[in-house]
Ligand binder design. Structure first.
Ligand code: 4NP
Length: 150
């Protein structure tokens, strides 16, 4: 089977997209499809490059049996538009940045949530409860994304 390459993108690559990477990898693994997917995440902003995910994202993922602590933040690169078939933005702001960055024949760039609220809200400046909401929104979006492949 051909490999499917999926990149999840948020602003800092420390809160939402690392969760999406971890959750989607978990779903793909549970579906026995790990060999057919390449899954990664990146940020449109540079501030946290090289850093592990936010402790609150590590914590909510761990509560759901998913270890994302080994991830390290990186910035979206031009090559990503060649490497990845699908680039999944966490919100409209990042979708817009990706659209500006994308070359003439871009990867399929889209939002994770195709129904309201559409944006996975940025939880960085809020409290831990925001990460609970973000986890469930991303879990739902990733489930629908995988369904579209199977
Ligand atoms: P993320 O959250 O985009 O979900 O990783 C953020 C992390 C850091 C910042 C903004 C959003 N920041 O401004 O540093």
């Amino acid at each position: 089977m051909l490999s499917r390459a999926v990149l999840f993108v948020c602003l800092g690559n420390i809160c939402r997209s690392p969760l999406a990477e971890g959750i989607f990898k978990d779903l793909v693994e549970n579906a026995g499809l790990s060999d057919t997917f390449t899954i990664d995440s990146a940020g449109t902003g540079p501030w946290h490059v090289g850093n592990p995910p936010d402790a609150r994202s590590i914590e909510i993922a761990a509560r759901h049996g998913i270890d994302i602590s080994g991830q390290r933040a990186r910035k979206v690169a031009d090559a990503d538009f060649e490497t990845f078939d699908v680039i999944v933005a966490m919100d409209a702001q990042n979708l817009s940045t990706l659209t500006e960055l994308s070359p003439a024949a871009p990867a399929d760039v889209r939002l994770l949530l195709n129904a309201p609220p559409r944006d996975v809200p940025d939880p960085f400046f809020g409290g831990p409860e925001g990460f609970d909401e973000v986890y469930h929104l991303i879990r739902s979006g990733c489930g629908q994304l995988l369904d579209a492949y199977t």
